[in-house]
Design a protein around this ligand. Structure first.
Ligand code: KG4
Ligand code: ZN
Length: 348
């Protein structure tokens, strides 16, 4: 069974074809990240405009590279939540048009469920249940993945997402956008013990908080400026990366210990971080647990993950009509039945 996936929730316009939820047939991405870099972050209006320009070409390429046509596709899966609403609607409406014209089912996919499904493409044998840290530019969740379409959020950030903290620190240090890979690259040349950064206190056993950490970096930089002193960018990046990856790993491993989880996963843009991967591997070994990490190319936003999750949503009968709306803040643990009867739409 072939699913065409479409993703446009942030600054990447992506389309992909996946076979039976596990096998990548094609994956195409056009990004506006370079243009967004001029403004130090994502400008929603620009993201929407670039999606409009790219969506048709990217979908055509995904089909061509998979060597199939719309007649061979069994369903069209698209991100409908969460994300920048103007951006989400571009991909979603295009998906509706394709589904309608080709008379194929339309499958709504939650973006974070998609990030988790990147693991199914990386590990064809991996099956739920497992424990997963989902860390992206907009979200940081510790999720118990009960089955392919049932999720329980055990912990979350109470303020900034992990990727957002990387991006803000990068901006403070004048490194550019997206910040994660740039901070990580600088960190390799620095000393992680150079700056003592705080571990923010937070209520909730598995919750995290990064706003204080980001402010601490800003304070060090501002105070140094006032004194006419220099801040070492590599040292600050290494200190920050060490602290934030430690916090993420500690909470995930705590949840794993408490729940006796033997399968531990990470997903989302921040899952590409080498330091986080190493810290988690050491922790998982201590717990005699198996660690699953997505292929680096599938950590950031892509449509292959949307097609993969779309396959499992379709298997569970989670299709939608052409009145499906985009939901900018919907949680990962929504009930598909509530989506069908419109109850969720009215809350947003
Ligand atoms: O999942 P994603 O591509 O988009 C969202 O759904 O938000 O995540 C993007 C985030 C950005 O904040 C980016 O800075 C971060 O992931 N990121 C990283 C790395 N690569 C991307 N953060 C830390 N280390 C990295 N290597
Ligand atoms: Zn994402």
């Amino acid at each position: 069974m072939y699913i065409l996936g479409i993703e446009s929730s942030c600054d990447d316009t992506a389309a992909a074809v996946v076979r039976d939820g596990r096998e990548l047939a094609s994956s195409c991405i056009a990004t506006s990240a370079d243009e967004q870099n001029l403004y130090g972050g994502v400008v929603p209006e620009i993201a929407s405009r670039r999606h409009i320009e790219h969506i048709s070409g990217v979908c055509g390429r995904a089909l061509r590279e998979a060597g199939i046509g719309m007649q061979d596709i069994d369903a069209v899966a698209a991100t409908f939540a969460p994300g920048l609403i103007g951006a989400v609607l571009v991909g979603l409406n295009f998906a509706k048009g394709l589904a309608y014209a080709a008379q194929k089912p339309l499958v709504p996919v939650h973006h974070l469920r998609g990030h988790i499904a990147a693991l199914y493409l990386t590990y064809p044998q991996l099956k739920p249940p497992f424990l997963c840290l989902v860390a992206s530019g907009g979200h940081s969740h510790i999720v118990m993945v009960r089955d392919y379409v049932r999720f329980e959020v055990l912990g979350r950030t109470v303020d900034d997402a992990a990727g957002e903290a990387f991006d803000k620190v990068a901006r403070t240090l004048g490194l550019g956008y997206p910040g994660g890979p740039l901070v990580s690259r600088e960190a390799q040349k620095g000393d992680p013990a150079a700056y003592r950064l705080p571990t923010p206190k937070v209520e909730g056993r598995y919750n995290v908080s990064f706003s204080g950490l980001k402010t601490a970096v800003l304070n060090v930089v501002n105070q140094a400026k006032m004194k006419g002193e220099a801040v070492s960018t590599p040292d600050m990046c290494a200190s920050f990366e060490h602290k934030i990856t430690d916090i993420l790993a500690e909470k995930l491993l705590l949840a794993a210990r408490d729940h006796g989880a033997k399968k531990i996963c990470v997903a989302g843009g921040v899952a590409a971080n080498t330091k986080l991967r190493e810290t988690l591997q050491a922790g998982a070994d201590k717990l005699s647990a198996q660690l699953y990490l997505p292929l680096p190319a599938l950590c950031g936003d892509n449509a292959a993950m949307i097609a993969a999750q779309g396959y499992y949503e379709l298997q569970n009968g989670n299709t939608a009509g052409l009145d499906l709306n985009g939901l900018p803040t919907l949680g990962i643990d929504y009930e598909p039945a509530a989506l069908r009867d419109g109850a969720l739409r009215d809350k947003e």
